[in-house]
Design a protein around this ligand. Structure first.
Ligand code: NAG
Ligand code: NAG
Ligand code: NAG
Ligand code: NAG
Ligand code: ZN
Length: 462
């Protein structure tokens, strides 16, 4: 605060001190100051006019959609925003649909025409999709009738089936090179979007697909997988699940020792830790253990609709970029039974989930993971991938800015991916070794004595 200003302050007797005695000197100073103010004002005005001209000229240029005014019609405004920042969906189940409807025969699949469920190329284009994770999924034991036993040691076909799903996804991506582009990194996604392609990534939906083996995780990474969901709706050797509608009895009370080793290895690889489907204990422990940002590839808010598959506020509160918080993106699931009461799942209800997660965790921590092609039913107003702009129009009307919406559509996911890529680079630069932890119930490899694996030769028989 300057002295001049101080003198203009009222005195304790209520009168303005400055009115009592302003010296000639003070008058001269006032005049000089006024001149300086006039010059500064003039300069600022010129700058402002130049700024407006640049803004208007560039704003009407369609290559630069961040400037200019958005159309009055909310849907048109949403479409314009999504042209610049298209949707990157965290979870689409097209590969399992191809298994179930086409017996994995990719030649029989025509994505240029109307597909049986929610996803095909014309609708992806209508919906302003710029990328998605192709979920490569195999069922939990209760769903398929093969029982992997209490210790998860019975042989299963899950690794084969996961490889078949990866094969289906990769062949479909290759089949439509003008539409899809395989992406492995956040930079690849941005590159694909610049070329007006749909960036295509792979996500494994459950560590039950790893055959209890961290080596299998590494090989999935090598095949292009960029997230692994720690569980599906069954517990596995690494972590506890939240089940679907009823919480199952905990097995590990969160992560097992092998689960912690899995997260360490995921961080080193740059494989995103996905917490959809996990129990609350698993999610809390994983958030704490992970050095990298985490995701929920397809989960909504439990405070809006109370099912175990949705994320509770206490966990949303752990997300953020401040002290003691973990960066993350919660990508909202559209499955009607996770959105609202029967008959009440609508695009408005999905927007409520988005708003709630934004309220608790922040707008920088919410995204979309529709689960299209993996759900039988869909919300009213969000029937398939062509409908994302409807959700954006609604949120725009609710006061979301174009920048907030660009974060929701994909920017937040990209930030989280970049974070995980950075952590991986740093860990590798520090010489972090691959994890060689074995599932301790295995008896087919190595020998254990006093709780330690024997690594020297000569203990086994060849
Ligand atoms: C796969 O689909 C193509 C196209 O419909 C068909 O010609 C071919 O016979 C199918 N292959 C098998 C093994 O069913
Ligand atoms: C799986 O293992 C359990 C023991 O944990 C056994 O009772 C069951 O019969 C096995 N199932 C199959 C299909 O082998
Ligand atoms: C963060 O956690 C540390 C250790 O638990 C605690 O001392 C500190 O107060 C926490 N900071 C905030 C901002 O919560
Ligand atoms: C479904 O929506 C209607 C209309 O908003 C509301 O009256 C009803 O309570 C909702 N049902 C449930 C179970 O929440
Ligand atoms: Zn799922």
């Amino acid at each position: 605060m300057s002295n001049e200003r101080d003198r203009l302050l009222p005195t304790s007797n209520g009168r303005n001190y400055a009115q009592d005695d302003i010296s000639q000197d003070a008058h001269a100073r006032e005049l000089r100051a006024a001149k300086v103010r006039a010059v500064v004002h003039g300069l600022l005005t010129v700058l402002f006019v130049v700024g407006v001209v640049v803004f208007v000229v560039l704003g009407f240029n369609h290559d630069w959609p961040w400037g200019g005014r958005l159309p009055k019609d909310p849907l048109k405004a949403a479409q314009k925003i999504l042209d610049a920042a298209p949707v990157i969906d965290g979870h689409i189940d097209l590969p399992i649909l191809v298994r179930e409807f086409y017996a994995n025969n990719v030649s029989a699949v025509d994505l240029t025409g109307a597909m049986p469920a929610h996803v095909d190329i014309p609708r992806l284009r209508d919906g302003k999709v710029g990328g998605f994770f192709w979920s490569v999924y195999t069922s939990c034991p209760s769903d398929v009738g093969y029982d992997d036993g209490d210790d998860f040691l019975n042989a299963t076909w899950r690794v084969r089936d996961t490889l078949e799903q990866i094969d289906v996804a990769n062949l479909l991506i290759e089949k439509y090179p003008d539409t899809f582009q395989a992406a492995l990194t956040s930079e690849d996604i941005k590159q694909a979007i610049r070329e007006r392609k749909i960036a295509s990534l792979l996500g494994v939906e459950g560590a039950h697909q790893l055959g209890n083996s961290i080596a299998v995780l590494r090989q999935y990474y090598a095949l292009g997988v960029r997230y692994v969901t720690l569980t599906h709706s069954c517990h596995n050797a690494f972590a506890d699940s939240c089940g679907i509608f009823e919480k199952p009895k905990p097995l590990h009370d969160g992560l097992s020792d092998l689960g912690y080793a899995l997260i360490t290895e995921m961080n080193r690889l740059g494989m995103l830790v996905d917490l959809s489907h996990t129990s609350d204990a698993t999610a809390r422990q994983a958030i704490k253990a992970s050095k990298a940002p985490v995701i929920w590839s397809h989960s909504s808010a439990r405070a809006v609709w109370d099912v175990p598959r949705n994320v509770p506020d206490e966990i949303l509160e752990l997300i953020g970029t401040g002290a003691n918080k973990t960066d993350a993106v919660v990508m909202v699931n559209f499955a009607p039974y996770f959105v609202a009461a029967e008959g009440n799942a609508t695009v408005e209800a999905v927007a409520d989930h988005v708003d709630h997660i934004a309220k608790i965790a922040g707008k920088e921590h919410v995204g979309l993971g529709s689960d299209f092609d993996g759900i039988g039913d869909t919300p009213r107003g969000l029937e398939d991938v062509s409908k994302y702009p409807q959700l954006f129009a609604l949120l725009y009307q609710r006061g979301w800015s174009r920048y907030d919406l660009a974060g929701l559509s994909g920017g937040n996911l990209l930030r989280v991916m970049e974070g995980a890529e950075r952590v991986s680079r740093d860990l590798k630069a520090d010489g972090a070794a691959p994890a060689f932890d074995l599932y301790d119930k295995r008896t087919d490899i190595g020998k254990k004595r006093d709780g330690r694996w024997l690594v020297s030769a000569g203990e086994g028989e060849l």
